[in-house]
Every structure is written in structure tokens, then in C-alpha cells.
Write a protein that binds this ligand. Structure first.
Ligand code: OOG
Ligand code: MG
Length: 255
């Protein structure tokens, strides 16, 4: 590596802060998977040092639609902070982002510390709510192009998330019709089972990463399961709404 992990983390953090794209790391500094997760942690630590609070995690590339859109074929994970949380119905400023895209997501609210790999038999004990969500992803890399290692270092393009109403944990999340509407047009439609066969599996995936990377998953944190559809670029004036069979809808406006 020509540049240190700290330097690369600082460059990605500053790209997000100033909404200015940077070249992919892998062009000049080939990195491996472990190094990319180290860089992600170092860049999020900079946010935590500025007072942001870790609110949970997200998975990426849990559906074929996402893998095919971005050309990355492994499940990845990233960190979420309170500064990324946008109130339902709020307006976001396009100029705070580089080239943002929206995607419909399902969120789980963790109710019990996770420190071992979960199974389908015990996963239900670990969350106490499910919600419809919108994720705004915004790669810090030029042209929204990256390798697997690049996108992990860039905290999996995490930028903002909007949560709908919390529903009881036994609310169905499998086999839901999902639509992402922009200005009333259903620009993306899909089914929640595109997420790992059943979105509940995302909690099991997350528990594997907890064990492997020793990250804290505490009650109250959230998990975004990964989008079931590909993502859509957003622009000034857009009214974005995601709708889910049993989880209702969630919306955000762009100014
Ligand atoms: C990476 C993040 C992937 C998802 O839901 O699959 C992701 C990206 O597409 O830029 O958030
Ligand atoms: Mg996502």
C-alpha cells in the first residue's frame, strides 16, 4: 500500500464531508478484504470522534438485483450513525451528497445483545420491531464505480436512512411486494424474498459478521437488510416513497 490505512480513511471521510468524489483506492493502492474493513472502521471512528453515535449496521448486496447493478457479488456490511438518520417525511439537500441513489430497505430493531451466530430457531428473540425504510447510498468514488474492497472501505456507500413506523416483530417480512416510487412513478418494484431468500436471514448474516469482526450489536440498534431492488438516482424536487405490503410506506423529499 502506498498510502497508510489512516490516510485512506481520512480521504474517504473528507470526501463524504465535502461531497466531493475521490478516485477508487484500488487504482493506486491494492487492498485486501481485511484492510478494507480496517479502513472502514478508521473512517467511521473519525465520525464517532466528532460526536456521532453508532446506531446500527447495514448489509449490502443481499439481492441479485443489487449485485448485478453494481457488479459486486459478495454480501458486505457497513456501519450506521445517528447523523445518517433522516426523519420520515423530511427534506434532504441534494448538495450534501455527491451522486445519491435511493433504494427500498427493511429495518430490524435489535432487542438483545448479539454475540453469537443466530439460527432460524432463535433469531426471533433478538429483534422487537420491523419497519419499512429508504436508504440513500452515495459512493464517495468517481462515477459510483468500485471493486468489492473499495466499497467496503467506503462504508458500503452508506449515506442516509429514513425509517417508517415500527411494527410488531411478528409482522410478516417474507414475500412482501415492494415499490420505490419517485414522483408517483413506481420506478423499482420487487419482492422482499429477493433479500437472501427471506429478509430474516439478514439477522443471521449480521450475527456471523459480529462473531468474525467482534463488533458491538446492542439493544436499540438497527439493521438494514439490504435492498431487494436496484437503486435509483435522485434529483432536486423528487418525492421519494417506498411502499411495502404489510409495513406501510416511508417517504423523503429532495431539495
Ligand atoms: C453499495 C451498498 C449496497 C444494498 O442495499 O445492497 C447496499 C452500493 O450499492 O453502492 O446498500
Ligand atoms: Mg442498501
Amino acid at each position: 500500500m502506498k498510502q497508510s490505512k489512516e490516510k485512506l480513511a481520512e480521504s474517504l471521510d473528507s470526501a463524504a464531508l465535502h461531497a466531493r468524489a475521490v478516485p477508487m483506492i484500488s487504482i493506486t493502492d491494492p487492498i485486501d478484504l481485511d484492510q478494507s474493513y480496517d479502513i472502514q472502521k478508521l473512517s467511521i471512528d473519525r465520525r464517532l470522534d466528532r460526536g456521532e453515535i453508532l446506531t446500527g449496521y447495514k448489509l449490502g448486496f443481499t439481492s441479485k438485483a443489487k449485485m448485478e447493478q453494481m457488479g459486486v457479488h459478495s454480501v458486505i456490511w457497513g456501519r450506521l450513525t445517528d447523523a445518517m438518520h433522516i426523519e420520515q417525511g423530511a427534506t434532504i439537500q441534494l448538495n450534501k451528497f455527491i451522486h445519491p441513489r435511493a433504494e427500498p430497505e427493511i429495518a430490524f430493531r435489535i432487542s438483545k445483545k448479539i454475540d453469537a451466530v443466530l439460527t432460524l430457531d432463535n433469531v426471533n428473540e433478538y429483534f422487537d420491531g420491523v419497519a419499512a425504510a429508504i436508504e440513500i447510498i452515495d459512493s464517495r468514488y468517481e462515477n459510483f464505480k468500485f471493486s468489492l474492497e473499495d466499497v467496503i472501505a467506503d462504508n458500503c456507500s452508506s449515506s442516509a436512512y429514513v425509517l417508517g413506523k415500527w411494527w410488531a416483530p411478528d409482522t410478516a417480512v417474507s414475500n412482501l411486494s415492494i415499490a420505490l416510487n419517485i414522483n408517483g412513478d413506481p420506478v423499482k418494484t420487487g419482492n422482499s424474498d429477493a433479500i437472501l431468500g427471506n429478509p430474516i436471514e439478514s439477522l443471521i448474516e449480521m450475527s456471523k459478521m459480529v462473531v468474525k469482526y467482534n463488533v458491538p450489536v446492542e439493544p436499540g440498534m438497527i439493521l438494514l437488510a439490504g435492498a431487494a431492488t436496484s437503486a435509483e438516482y435522485i434529483k432536486t424536487g423528487d418525492q421519494i416513497k417506498a411502499t411495502f405490503d404489510t409495513l406501510g410506506e416511508v417517504s423523503v423529499k429532495v431539495q
